[in-house]
Design a protein around this ligand. Structure first.
Ligand code: TRP
Length: 501
């Protein structure tokens, strides 16, 4: 009896820590904006299919590797096979890349939360802009308390986030026009898949990895903390379901809000959360200040619990290395050093105006602008081609888009944007490398190794150690051997051709 209770207690702690790390900006910022840009229902459908056929299997795989080896990713992969040690190293690089924009978004959320807090007391601070300064403070927090803090924040923050999301869902639902958002999300429409299947697939896949914290070995570390008495599969299912639920709830706020307040324009990209929610809270009047504060404060908590564990993945790699070499762990020191280095890499994300670029008034150029690959002459055209945006350039070197209904002028030199995928902002660039390429690659190789080299029995044995029967062996086997590798190969193909092609 006694024993049972303790293990329930520790498993609850494990789950809260794991879900607390999984539920974050990916769910609340990423999911709605990607859904908005990639076809609503079609995106949702592909996302759900991927979560079931790829996400769950990869989740079970990572937790298993972690619990079996009891080690963090580099050491864990090394122990399983020297050949795959690089997967572990990639699991250090990926959170690094993720944090290069995650921190910035966290800073933006903080600014919004504080802005609403002061607005409650009648002090309107919108228009002041010091996101980066504020945010430097919490990234310098030390490391040894991180796991406990994450558990604490998760237990306290998550149910409140859930309730807050529900309240805002209901408010938004009562706004005229909101219905279009539900239709966009849940109405059967596979047109976007017919138009550009690979685009929806790669967007949904990246989102799935990012949101479930998969494909970078983070769950290997969580697995190494998972008690040997606990069912791996049960925990994997709970994490996947809870995380997906929060994402869909965020979608049910932002999508209807777009229809109620933004004329149904859901495709404004990474700024969507900030743009749409400010309109929602503004509409609420004074009470909107309180709601806005609660909302952004809770998103902030979700973000900080996730970014702390992302940072911890990198720090603990260095700490493990030090310990191995008989040096002092230096956890606090390295947490600060890593945070500062990332802060420097955050600067491009802060300065390019989220893709606005120098051409449109930001301080720093987008990757394409910096590489000087953005503009090319349209050539000898005699009329405007459909679906192409043409630009003209003035004496100051400023390019402006030609209005869709403008008349063609044979004496004018027209330019087109030739940067293709490079034509993104720094946020997208970091995001494309991490969730777009490395996470699917990590998952592909891990699944391939489990399916074909280590064999499914490795997973089954580890999972059954706790006395729980492994269910769905055939299902998971097909996921590891075939669905994940092939699915992810498509994702990588779409990603690489979309960007460099
Ligand atoms: N899943 C987190 C989110 O949705 C982000 C994330 C990706 C993460 N990988 C992680 C968090 C690893 C912690 C550990 O915001």
């Amino acid at each position: 009896m006694e024993n049972n209770r303790t293990s329930f207690g520790s498993n609850f702690g494990f789950l809260m820590a794991a879900i607390g790390s999984a539920v974050g900006l990916g769910n609340i910022w990423g999911f709605p904006y990607k859904m908005g840009m990639s076809g609503g229902f079609a995106f949702l459908l592909v996302y759900l299919v991927l979560a079931i056929f790829v996400g769950l299997a990869v989740m079970v795989g990572e937790l298993t590797i972690g619990r079996k080896t009891g080690l963090s990713p580099v050491a864990a992969y090394r122990k399983l096979s020297k050949k795959f040690t690089w997967l572990g190293y990639m699991a250090v690089l990926v959170p690094f890349l993720v944090l290069c924009f995650y921190f910035v978004l966290g800073g933006m959320v903080t600014r919004y939360a504080l802005g609403y807090l002061t607005a409650i007391f009648g002090w309107n601070t919108w228009g002041v802009d010091n996101i980066a300064d504020y945010f430097g403070q919490f990234i310098c927090n030390g490391g040894s308390m991180i796991l406990w803090t994450a558990i604490f924040i998760a237990i306290n923050g998550m149910p409140a986030l859930f309730v807050m999301l529900l309240i805002v869902i209901i408010y938004v639902a009562c706004q005229p026009g909101a219905g279009g958002g539900y239709k966009f999300m849940f109405g059967w429409n596979l047109e976007p898949l017919k138009e550009d299947f690979l685009n929806v697939l790669k967007t949904a896949a990246g989102q799935m990895f990012f949101s479930l914290s998969l494909g970078m070995g983070a769950m290997i570390t969580y697995g190494s903390y998972l008690s040997k008495q606990e069912g791996v599969q049960k925990n994997a299912v709970i994490i996947v379901i809870c995380d997906t639920l929060v994402a869909i709830m965020a979608g049910m706020i932002v999508m209807p809000a777009c229809y109620a307040f933004l004329d149904g324009n859901t495709s404004s990209g990474p700024g969507l959360l900030f743009l749409s929610m400010q309109l929602v809270f503004d509409k609420m009047g004074y009470i909107g200040n309180i709601m806005g504060f609660l909302f952004y404060a809770l998103v902030f908590i979700a973000a900080i619990s996730s970014s702390m564990s992302l940072l911890e993945v990198i720090t603990s790699f260095k700490v493990d290395q030090n310990v191995e070499q008989g040096k002092a762990p230096g956890r606090k020191k390295y947490a600060i050093i890593v945070a500062i280095i990332i802060f420097i890499f955050c600067l491009p994300t802060c300065l390019d105006g989220l893709g606005t670029g120098v051409n449109d008034g930001a301080t720093l150029g987008t990757p394409a602008e910096i590489l000087g690959m953005e503009w090319g002459e349209a050539g000898n055209i005699t009329e405007f081609a459909k679906d192409t945006t043409y630009y003209t350039v003035d004496e100051t070197g400023h390019y402006s888009a030609v209005a869709a209904d403008a008349a063609f002028d044979a004496n004018e030199t027209y330019y087109v944007n030739t940067a293709k995928g490079w034509n993104c902002d720094w946020l997208d660039f970091y995001d494309m490398l991490s969730e777009g390429i490395m996470m699917p690659l990590g998952a592909l190789v891990m699944a391939f190794a489990i399916g074909w080299i280590w064999k499914i029995d490795m997973v089954v044995e580890e999972c059954e150690q706790s006395g729980h029967k492994f269910w769905g062996k055939g299902f998971f086997n097909v996921c590891y051997k075939i669905i994940t590798p092939i699915g992810m190969a498509f994702v990588l193909y779409a990603q690489v051709t979309g960007f460099f092609g």
